[in-house]
Each structure stands twice: as structure tokens, then as C-alpha cells.
Design a protein around this ligand. Structure first.
Ligand code: ADP
Ligand code: ZN
Length: 734
């Protein structure tokens, strides 16, 4: 290998290499530091949420380093997907796993040894199989091995949700090949699993890159699954565009729901462990290739499904725990575009889940599972920001509100239900604290059920005093009382309501009871996507999508492999008609340009000719975009500034790179601070200058900027003051 010039030298910067190979203009948060570490042969642990862009962290170094990068990946289906995607970007990748025949394996090994391959995907079984270490030795001696990347690294840990014994043996990599860098990658959020990964993989002084688990492009919502739960679901599905996954708890429910939705004209297929292997594989492929729009599935579906353009995930039954919910709902919007996550809550489902937990043989397991379910229900019932609840579960504090969940955008009205609470609690007392909620509600509503009559509860003074409220309303109150700890419930598996000290305070009119009443769930907000486009943009987008699908089918790959959604939208908006203009689109790298530039620019030129549109909409096209769309562009421009800031660029550098005024950048950063984003104020304003500004802020409460500036010496700019003020105000209580 001596004398071979390092390929890194070919590119003036990592960004140029990124654009060349993958077509992207900038790194996502966290990618650059990891890539730099890997290029220096440092070990790394990469923790990024789904869609964060983990793969790039080893794919780009693989291309820039000498030799082969060996990627261990647990799912054969996913492996093939990734290899397809890379091949389409002109990256020499291949995989070895148990599904291949002997000849194919020999042939691929020969290609590897000839130095034709940059990325090799292997299953852990293959890695540990006889002869594989021999191959590795030979690779090291000939073309070189640039590193080991362990994808889904949480599989090494028994504390994770997906332990795989074969992963345990991966520590031999470090023993046998101590000179080769190892990186682990995972979306696992818990600290315990992270520590386990470092230990199990024997990582040596690794760079640990933990990204925020906040996925700002996802909108979270919870809806009650009332009597017309299905009707509500159907409305949601009909309102949304693009691919979606609907999760149910059991195979039976999956089949039923798939049938109903099909009968209602939806393009849908089921997925669960009860289907024959090839049916399952087939259904999955048809979903990934956009031949079918929806998948109804048990949680068996999705792990390792790398479809970036899923626009919504609906949980039609309550998930078992928050971590599971986060991971499953997180399969929406991996491409960073807006996506919607809806959870349906029905107390009947909670009871079913609880019953199933009761079937577990181990008492400890039961206790943990119950607690997790309870936390899940708390999440579903919460009236505060949902993202905040999720992130706090992972030990991350969201500053401020997210403004992108149902509770933030449409806070539930709080009503005074003190009188109802008194009726409810006195009925619990009259029934001698020996019954559960269903019975109490029967009595309140004046039921003449056999059980009520037999017990003589029709004679109680509270019998029938609650006829004016529905069963659902009484349940809502009962849950809310439990939630607020204004009544207790026994936990031995037979839930009986018991009064506590607080209950008596309510009964004695010492405390009032407020209940957050869910809105009458009108059809939810459809996610803004194509609705915001002008008719020309929407129409061209349709044309480009059809073209993408044809090209994808010709190569038997999913459409997103050809181009991501965002690239098509940008094409539809800017209508590039020359290869030069086309190469400017984010997502168009050198290979894509060569492969698809002609066909796509042809189609765009044709479209413009047919509709008599300008050859270059440029600024004019942007100027007359409707207001709502402009607003969305504003969000993007802030994010762009934030990413550059996180890469360590100064305000002037960001302004320069973006061709914007420095004051505009300051504006962005100020707003980002107010939105609770992690802006490093210390990198923007020297610490001693911050102190001076804060002293004035504290002294002159609510003063205008001019007043503040007048108190400081003239070297202080408005921008500095605004940034420091935003950060300072964020830290103030209230
Ligand atoms: P993860 O494995 O972390 O879930 P992926 O590696 O699959 O995420 O990346 C998610 C999506 O983001 C993919 O479609 C990928 O092409 C895209 N992506 C990754 N890095 C970037 C980047 N720097 N700019 C734009 N898109 C990116
Ligand atoms: Zn919120």
C-alpha cells in the first residue's frame, strides 16, 4: 500500500467530499466530529435518534480511508437495502450473509481481495463463522481494513430492547485485531445500554457523540379511541398523503383492520409474524417500493426498515412502554421532512395490556411491565407538552415548549369538576371502598344491573345522581382523580378505589378539582406538505415522482434510492433545466448527476414547454410563493444557521457562507435561543462582555434595547445585546 496517496487529499474539505459522494451540502449535527474521529482511527460511539444520519458516519470515512470498512448489521433485509442505496450512489459496497450461495460468496470475496470494494456488510453470524477471520487477515495484509462499524450496537446489551447473543461475541474483534478502529452506532436512549456497549465492544477511549433525541419534524398527538375510533382513524388516513404505518397489538387486530381499510378503499397490506415468510417479505417490499401506501402491522414490523419517507405512524393500540413508542413512532420522517405521529387511547386497550402482563410468569417482570404501562398511560393522558414528557423519560430536558404537539398547539381546556368529583368520591365511600371504577359509575348513572340490585346499591343515596354525565365523562373524571392522586386504586390486580386524605379534602370542599377535558376531536390537522405548493409545483412534483417510480422499478430499488422526497420538491420549485443547475439540488451528487441528470432535466424542460413556464423561475418563482410556504422556508433557514453554528462557524462566517447579512444571522440565533435550541452563546459573545450586559439587564428591567445600549460603552453592538438578552431571559423563572 506504500506510496498510495490518501484519498482524503482529493477533496479540499469534508463538505466537498460529502457533496461529491452523497450530494448533500452540509453535515447533520454530530456527523462531522464522528467522521473526523474515524479518519484519525479513534474509536467512537454514535448515539443518534432514528433518521439522525448514522450511516454516513462510517460510509464517508469508508470512502476516504484506504481499505475496506466492515459493517456488522443484524438484519439481512436492511443490509441489501443499504448496499442498493450505496451502489446507486456509485459506492462500491457488497454484503456477505447466510442467504447467499457458495459461488456468490466466493465471487464477492475475490472482489474484496482485488480491492474493488469499499464497504462490506456482514451479519454477526457470518463474522463469527469459520473462515471469516481468515478472510479478514488476508484483507488486512492486502487491501487493508479501514475499520469495524457495529450498527444497532445496543444488541450487545441485555439491558436493551433487542439483545442478540451473537452480538456478545463481537468483543473478539478487538482481541484479534487490536490495531483496527471500532465504532458502535445505535439509537438507544438509555444510559445503561450506552455504558454496556462501550464495555462489551471494548471501545478504547472512544469519542462518544450523543445527539439530542428531539425529532423536531415529528408532530405528536394523542386521540381518544371512542366508539367511532375506526371512523376517526379512517378520516386521518384519508387526510394524509404519503406512506404510513399503523401499529396494532395483535395479529388478529392487524388482520381485521387491514380488511376494513381495504374495504374502505385504502391501499394497504398487513404484516405480522403469523404470515408466511415470503408473504411477509413481499408485503414489506411492496410498501418500501411505494406499490402500496399503508402497512398495518404488529411491532414485529419496522425494526431495520429503512424507509425514510414514512409520513405518518399511527398506534391504534397502546404501546407497552415509552421507549418502544418513541422508537416505533420515530420510524416516521427519517428524511427530516414533516411527519405525524398519532396514538389512540382506549382504556379497554389498557385493561387488555394489563391482563396480558398478568399472564407473565415472573412477578418482577410483571411489576416492571406494569410500571412501564402506567408511564405510557401517563404520557397519553398528560396535558403538558408531549415532547417534554418523552425527552424527560430519556433524561433530556426540553427548554420551553415544543409548539409541535397537540397539547402545545391546542391546549385542552381545563374545567372545574369539583361537584362531579364530590359525587364520585361520595359514591366510593357509600360503596364502602370495595369496588372498582366500572361499578361506581354504574351506581352513579342509576344502573339496574343485576350486580347493583343484588348488592342493594340501588338503595344508596348516590344511586342515579350522575345521570347527567356519560360513562366516558365519568371515566375521564375517575382517571383524572387517580392521576392527580385525589383517589387511590389497589394494585394487586383487582383494582378497587380507595379514598385517601386528599379525597376527604375534596369531599369537605377544601380543594377544588380541575379536569383537562379533551377537545371534541374534530379531524386533526393534516400535515403541511404539498398543500402549500403552488399548482405548478404540485403538478411538476407529481410528474417527477412518476418518473422516479419508473426508474426505480427498472432497477428494482425503492423510489427513495433514486432521489429523496426533498430533492424532488426542490426540483419542482426551482425547475433546473441544465445539468449545471440540476447539480445544485441538495441530494444530487456526482453519480446521480451522471445517472439521472439528463432524464430529469428533460422532463422538467418538457413540463415548462407544455405549460409555457419560464425557463428560470429563480427569484421570481420564489417571490410569489404563498405566505404559508414562505413561513416553512423560514424554519429551514434557521435550521441551516443552527447547523453551521454547531459546526463552530462564527456569525460572520455563517453570514459569508450563506450570503446573508450578519444581522440576519444574529436574528436567527436570537430566535433559536428563544425556541430553546442549544445555541452556544459563549462562542458568540465573550464571557466578560456577557457579564457586563447581564448586569445592565438585571438593573434595567424591561428596558428598551436603546436604553440598554446607552448604558454600555459604544463597542457593544445591538446584536450582542439581543443574543445575551435572549439567553438571559430564557434562564429567568416563569
Ligand atoms: P439513521 O441510521 O440514523 O436512522 P440514516 O443513516 O438512515 O439514519 O439517515 C437518514 C436519512 O438522512 C437518509 O435518507 C440519509 O440519506 C439522510 N442524510 C444523512 N446525512 C445527511 C446529510 N448530511 N444531509 C442530508 N441528508 C442526510
Ligand atoms: Zn409540545
Amino acid at each position: 500500500m506504500a506510496g498510495v496517496e490518501s484519498p482524503t487529499a482529493t477533496f479540499p474539505s469534508l463538505e466537498t467530499a460529502l457533496k461529491h459522494h452523497f450530494g448533500y451540502d452540509q453535515f447533520r449535527p454530530g456527523q462531522r466530529p464522528v467522521i473526523e474521529a474515524v479518519l484519525k482511527n479513534q474509536d467512537a460511539l454514535v448515539i443518534m435518534p432514528t433518521g439522525g444520519g448514522k450511516s454516513l458516519c462510517y460510509q464517508l470515512p469508508a470512502l476516504l480511508k484506504l481499505g475496506v470498512m466492515v459493517v456488522v448489521s443484524p438484519l439481512i433485509a436492511l443490509m441489501q437495502d443499504q448496499v442498493d442505496s450505496l451502489t446507486d450512489n456509485g459506492v462500491a459496497a457488497t454484503c456477505l450473509n447466510s442467504s447467499l450461495d457458495y459461488n456468490t460468496i466466493r465471487q464477492r470475496e475475490a472482489e474484496l481481495l482485488a480491492g474493488h470494494i469499499k464497504l462490506l456488510y456482514v451479519s454477526p453470524e457470518r463474522l463469527m463463522s469459520a473462515g471469516f477471520f481468515g478472510l479478514l487477515e488476508r484483507l488486512i495484509q492486502t487491501v487493508g481494513v479501514s475499520g469495524f462499524a457495529i450498527d444497532e450496537a445496543h444488541c450487545v446489551s441485555e439491558w436493551g430492547h433487542d439483545f442478540r447473543p451473537e452480538y456478545r461475541q463481537l468483543s473478539v474483534l478487538r482481541e484479534k485485531f487490536p490495531q483496527i478502529e471500532v465504532m458502535g452506532l445505535t439509537a438507544t436512549a438509555t444510559e445503561r445500554v450506552r455504558q454496556d456497549i462501550v464495555q462489551q465492544l471494548r471501545l478504547r477511549d472512544p469519542l462518544i457523540q450523543v445527539s439530542s433525541f428531539n425529532r423536531p419534524n415529528l408532530f405528536y398527538e394523542v386521540r381518544p379511541k371512542g366508539r367511532d375510533g375506526y371512523g376517526d382513524l379512517l378520516r386521518q388516513v384519508k387526510q394524509t398523503q404519503g406512506s404510513g404505518i399503523i401499529y396494532c397489538l395483535s395479529r388478529k387486530r392487524v388482520d381485521e383492520l387491514a380488511q376494513r381499510l381495504t374495504a374502505d378503499g385504502e391501499s394497504i397490506l398487513p404484516y405480522h409474524a403469523g404470515l408466511a415468510d415470503d408473504t411477509r417479505r413481499d408485503n414489506q417490499t411492496r410498501f418500501i417500493r411505494d406499490d402500496v401506501r399503508l402497512m398495518v402491522a404488529t411491532v414485529a414490523f419496522g425494526m431495520g426498515i429503512n424507509k425514510p419517507d414514512v409520513r405518518f405512524v399511527i398506534h391504534y393500540d397502546i404501546p407497552r412502554n415509552i421507549e418502544g413508542y418513541y422508537q416505533e413512532s420515530g420510524r416516521a420522517g427519517r428524511d427530516g421532512e414533516a411527519a405525524h405521529c398519532t396514538l389512540y387511547l382506549a382504556y379497554g386497550d389498557v385493561a387488555t395490556a394489563d391482563y396480558l402482563i398478568g399472564q407473565k410468569p415472573d412477578a418482577d417482570e410483571q411489576r416492571i411491565a406494569r410500571q412501564q404501562l402506567r408511564q405510557m398511560v401517563d404520557y397519553a393522558e398528560t396535558t403538558v407538552c408531549r415532547r417534554r414528557v418523552q425527552l424527560s423519560y430519556f433524561g433530556e430536558l426540553l427548554e420551553g415548549l415544543c409548539h409541535h404537539c397537540d397539547n402545545c398547539t391546542n391546549p385542552p381546556p381545563v374545567e372545574d369538576w369539583t361537584l362531579e368529583a364530590q359525587k364520585f368520591l361520595s359514591c366510593v365511600a357509600r360503596c364502602q371502598e370495595r369496588f372498582g371504577m366500572a361499578h361506581i359509575i354504574d351506581v352513579l348513572r342509576g344502573s339496574k344491573k343485576q350486580k347493583v340490585m343484588d348488592l342493594g346499591h340501588d338503595q344508596l343515596s348516590t344511586h342515579g345522581i350522575g345521570k347527567d354525565r356519560s360513562v366516558d365523562e365519568w371515566r375521564l373524571l375517575g382517571r383524572s382523580l387517580l392521576h392527580q392522586r385525589l383517589v387511590d386504586e389497589t394494585t394487586d390486580g383487582y383494582p378497587v378505589l380507595k379514598l385517601n386524605a386528599a379525597s376527604w379534602q375534596v369531599l369537605r370542599k377544601q380543594i377544588a378539582v380541575a379536569v383537562a377535558v379533551p377537545k371534541d376531536f374534530a379531524p386533526g390537522p393534516a400535515e403541511a406538505s404539498t398543500q402549500d405548493d403552488t399548482p405548478e409545483v404540485a403538478q411538476l412534483l407529481t410528474v417527477l415522482k412518476a418518473l422516479r417510480k419508473t426508474l426505480a422499478d427498472q432497477q428494482s430499488v425503492p423510489p427513495y434510492v433514486v432521489f429523496p422526497e426533498s430533492a424532488l420538491r426542490q426540483m419542482a420549485q426551482t425547475r433546473p433545466q441544465t445539468l449545471e443547475a440540476f447539480s445544485q439540488v441538495s441530494g444530487v451528487g456526482s453519480r446521480k448527476l451522471a445517472q439521472y441528470g439528463e432524464v430529469f432535466t428533460d422532463a422538467i424542460r418538457q413540463f415548462c414547454a407544455d405549460y409555457g413556464l419560464e425557463s428560470d423561475p429563480g427569484a421570481a418563482g420564489r417571490r410569489d410563493r404563498p405566505l404559508r410556504e414562505r413561513r416553512q422556508t423560514t424554519g429551514d433557514t434557521h435550521r441551516h444557521t443552527l447547523e453551521l453554528h454547531r459546526q463552530g462557524l462564527s456569525m460572520a462566517e455563517i453570514a459569508d457562507q450563506r450570503g446573508l447579512k450578519s444581522s440576519t444571522i444574529a436574528n436567527h440565533l436570537e430566535q433559536l435561543i428563544r425556541q430553546g435550541e442549544a445555541v452556544e452563546v459563549d462562542n458568540l459573545v465573550a464571557v466578560d462582555r456577557q457579564h457586563t450586559i447581564v448586569a445592565v439587564l438585571a438593573e434595567l428591567e424591561n428596558a428598551s434595547l436603546t436604553d440598554i445600549r446607552d448604558r454600555l460603552d459604544p463597542t457593544y453592538s445591538y446584536e450582542e445585546i439581543r443574543l445575551v438578552r435572549a439567553a438571559w431571559q430564557r434562564e429567568q423563572p416563569g
